[in-house]
Ligand binder design. Structure first.
Ligand SMILES: Nc1ncnc2c1ncn2[C@@H]1O[C@H](COP(=O)(O)OP(=O)(O)OP(=O)(O)O)[C@@H](O)[C@H]1O
Length: 278
């Protein structure tokens, strides 16, 4: 396949050339974050700022540390070097400000609780008084199109609907940041596309900031304001971030026109070659 930019040159250019320059008031900052797990460096020093209201996608080969980066942002993993900062605070652990959507909705939802009951978990954890819960549950279920299903149990719903319940539960905690770890990876292509559009819309409407891990570079370009590409194997002294690309494609996007946009096709070609050679 012909490429206008070989993978080597994409990987070789400094991250700042791809939109990785420091932001004035980042909602999230990875300040030379490195992470060792099981005696091995999983993430080499990573420096990137996430701007308020941004939708940032993270791609890279399997095992390169995408989930680990997301977990560090959520406070589930402590860096062995550097700091993760949320606003002016150093992240030392999980916070209600940062919600996490897992790929495996089947394990994330409690099967013995109804849809409404699962969403209620977030409100109970936040200490929201019982009298205020029904209205808040109804509001987030309406946001994800599940108002008519509040009394059903997860097993009575399709995979896409169960994933929407998990997203609704995250929204109920009223986060400013949402980490999404391959949330649509287990869904069929049509359901995935419709959830991509729903999440795009609700993120735009809510002003949330999203960090979104995916294997699917088309999904990353379609959803992202920027795409961060991680290297396959961190080499000591070499940052895990290989490239950060700005996705300069107008919003709202749609599955047909956006995927024929010249910028979409250019980024797809560049990142395809990057991933293929990483
Ligand atoms: N708690 C842990 N202890 C030891 N090694 C770990 C731990 N968690 C993750 N790893 C290792 O760190 C590496 C990166 O894992 P991570 O899940 O972040 O990668 P990933 O890019 O998200 O992979 P995938 O795309 O396959 O989900 C893997 O080799 C994994 O085995």
């Amino acid at each position: 396949m012909h490429t206008s930019e070989p993978a080597e040159s994409l990987a070789a250019r400094p991250a700042a050339a791809f939109g990785g320059a420091p932001a004035a008031d980042p909602i999230l900052r990875f300040d030379d974050v490195s992470i060792r797990l099981g005696g091995r460096e999983i993430l080499s020093p990573t420096r990137v700022d996430i701007r308020r209201g941004e939708f940032v996608c993270i791609i890279g080969p399997s095992g390169c540390g995408k989930t680990t980066l997301l977990r560090a942002a959520a406070g589930f993993v402590t860096p062995s070097g550097g700091q993760v900062r949320r606003g002016s605070q150093v992240v030392h652990g999980p916070s209600r400000e940062a919600a996490f959507v897992f790929q495996d909705y089947g394990r994330a939802l409690l099967p013995w609780r109804t849809v409404g009951g699962n969403v209620s978990l977030a409100l109970e954890a936040a200490g929201v008084p019982p009298a205020q819960r029904p209205a808040r549950i109804e509001k987030v279920l309406a946001t994800v199109g599940l108002s008519a299903h509040a009394q059903k149990f997860p097993a009575q719903l399709s995979g896409g609907m169960q994933q929407r319940v998990q997203i609704a539960r995250c929204l109920a905690q009223e986060p400013t940041l949402m980490m999404m770890d391959e949330p649509f990876g287990a869904l069929d292509a049509m359901t995935r596309e419709s959830l991509q559009d729903e999440v795009s819309r609700l993120v735009r409407d809510s002003g949330l900031t999203v960090l979104f891990v995916t294997h699917d570079l088309e999904e990353a370009i379609y959803l992202g304001d920027r795409v961060i590409a991680l290297r396959a194997n961190p080499t000591p002294g070499k940052p895990s971030v290989a490239a950060i690309v700005e996705v300069d494609i107008p919003r709202p996007r749609n599955q047909l026109e956006t995927k024929e946009h010249p910028e979409y096709l250019r980024l797809r070609r560049d990142l395809y070659h990057y991933l293929g050679h990483a």
